[in-house]
Design a protein around this ligand. Structure first.
Ligand SMILES: Nc1ncnc2c1ncn2[C@@H]1O[C@H](COP(=O)(O)OP(=O)(O)O)[C@@H](O)[C@H]1O
Ligand SMILES: [Mg+2]
Length: 237
C-alpha cells in the first residue's frame, strides 16, 4: 500500500474507534487531515519498511519479500493476503495453515510488515511513539528462549511477545508437543486476544493436530484462509 492508503486506513480506524466509544472525532479538522494527507503522499513507507526489517528482527532472507515479488499472483493465497491487508480491522490477525512451500512464511511476513507500517502511520497521527511496533519469531525460537530461562533467569521475551503491537509467529506446532509447549502457546495467544493485539501465524500442521484451546483462540482472533490445493512453489519453481 502507498503512504496515502496507509494513512486513510489509519484515519478510518481512528474514526471507527472514536465513534464506538461515543467520542467526537478529534481529527475532524479538515486542515489537520489535509496536513497528514500531504505528508503521506510524499512518504511511500519504504524507510519505515527498512527500519521494521531490523527492529522486528525479520530474517535477512525475507527482508526483500513484498507482495509484488511473490511468484504466483494467480494463487488463492496471494488473493487472500491482499484482501486481508485491504480490509482488515485493527485487531484482526491472520493464520496461514497448509502444506509446505505454498508461501505462508513469505506472504505472512509481508502482511506482518505492512501491518506494522499501517500502525506506524496511525501512531504518527496520534502523536504516539513509533519504535518497536513488531516482533518476528519462530515457535522454535520462542520455546528455546523460554526453556533457557530455567538456567539463566527471565529473558523478558514472554512479556514482549504478549504485548508487542504486532506479532509474527512462524511454524506453530513444528515442535514436539508437551503440556509446557501447549500451555505457553495458549497463554501467548490468549494474552494477545484479550488485549486486541493482532498475530500473524503460520503452520504446516493439519488443524486437527493443533491443541483445541490454541485453535479456538486462533479462530477467534484471526482470519484463516482455506489453503487446501495450493501449489508448492519450491517444486514448481
Ligand atoms: N513474497 C515473496 N517474494 C518472493 N518469493 C517468495 C515470497 N514468498 C514466498 N516466496 C517463494 O516461495 C517459496 C516458498 O515460500 P515459503 O513462504 O517459504 O512457504 P511455506 O512457508 O508455506 O513453506 C520461497 O522459498 C520463496 O522462493
Ligand atoms: Mg514456512
Amino acid at each position: 500500500m502507498t503512504g496515502l492508503q496507509n494513512l486513510e486506513w489509519a484515519l478510518a480506524e481512528l474514526d471507527k474507534e472514536r465513534n464506538h466509544k461515543g467520542m467526537g472525532t478529534q481529527l475532524s479538522s479538515m486542515d489537520l487531515r489535509q496536513y497528514w494527507r500531504e505528508r503521506a503522499e510524499a512518504d511511500t513507507g519504504d524507510d519505515l519498511r527498512d527500519e521494521i526489517n531490523v527492529s522486528a528482527q525479520i530474517p535477512h532472507r525475507l527482508r526483500e519479500y513484498t507482495l509484488e515479488s511473490f511468484p504466483r499472483k494467480d494463487s488463492e493465497l496471494y488473493r487472500e493476503v491482499s484482501m486481508f491487508l485491504d480490509d482488515r480491522r485493527a485487531w484482526e490477525g491472520l493464520f496461514l495453515a497448509g502444506g509446505a512451500g505454498i508461501g505462508k512464511t513469505g506472504l505472512g511476513t509481508v502482511a506482518f510488515r505492512e501491518m506494522v507500517v499501517q500502525l506506524a502511520f496511525r501512531r504518527r497521527v496520534t502523536g504516539e511513539a513509533t519504535g518497536r511496533l513488531g516482533l518476528w519469531m519462530t515457535e522454535a525460537y520462542y520455546l528455546r528462549i523460554l526453556r533457557r530461562e530455567n538456567e539463566s533467569g527471565p529473558s523478558g521475551l514472554r512479556e514482549r511477545a504478549a504485548t508487542v503491537p504486532v506479532l509474527f509467529f512462524d511454524d506453530l506446532g513444528a515442535n514436539k508437543r508437551s503440556e509446557f509447549v501447549d500451555a505457553e502457546i495458549f497463554d501467548l495467544l490468549d494474552a494477545r486476544y484479550r488485549e486486541n493485539l493482532p498475530i500473524i501465524a503460520t503452520s504446516n500442521l493439519p488443524l486437527h493436530l493443533i491443541d483445541d484451546r490454541i485453535l479456538g483462540r486462533l479462530y477467534e482472533s484471526c482470519r484463516m484462509p482455506d489453503t487446501d490445493e495450493m501449489p508448492d512453489l519450491r517444486v514448481e519453481g
